[in-house]
Design a protein around this ligand. Structure first.
Ligand code: ZN
Length: 144
């Protein structure tokens, strides 16, 4: 009669390590040879390493582009919301309200000076800033 250990070995053959998804994001599963193997092979490891290195290197560009898109979105929101009631450009708002929504005057894609006026350009809109009589910053929004 077989002893208990042998029975167990037959019912549950020693399976190496479970299949796992390659860490590089390629979407393939593989059978690891070691418990700590995270990539199918060196090629997949190198790919992941280079991707991440590039991501870190361009981090400041990604952050800036994100802010530019957010700025454009905030301008659009106020432009669209106000054009119906105001009927004509420019749309005027308190800058502080836009800032509360994440708008930043530090990021724009260009500047256009016309006389004494300085327009800051974004993708679909441009704006200028001035202070009203109460010394509050006002933003005037125009559509491209
Ligand atoms: Zn991979």
């Amino acid at each position: 009669m077989k002893n208990r250990n042998e029975m167990t070995a037959v019912e549950f053959p020693v399976n190496p390590i479970r299949m796992r998804a390659c860490r590089c994001g390629c979407g393939y599963e593989f059978q690891p040879n070691r418990k700590d193997q995270l990539y199918i092979d060196k090629r997949h490891y190198d790919f992941d390493y280079n991707q991440n290195k590039r991501k870190i290197k361009n981090k400041h560009i990604i952050v800036t582009e994100k802010q530019l898109r957010l700025n454009n979105r905030v301008l659009e929101k106020h432009y669209v919301a106000n054009i119906e009631s105001q009927k004509k450009e420019p749309i005027k708002c308190y800058l502080d309200i836009l800032k509360a929504e994440g708008f930043s005057t530090k990021n724009y894609i260009g500047v256009s000076e016309e006389g004494t006026e300085k327009f800051y350009l974004l993708y679909d809109y441009y704006y200028l800033l001035f202070r009203n009589k109460s010394n509050q910053l006002i933003i005037e929004i125009y559509k491209n």
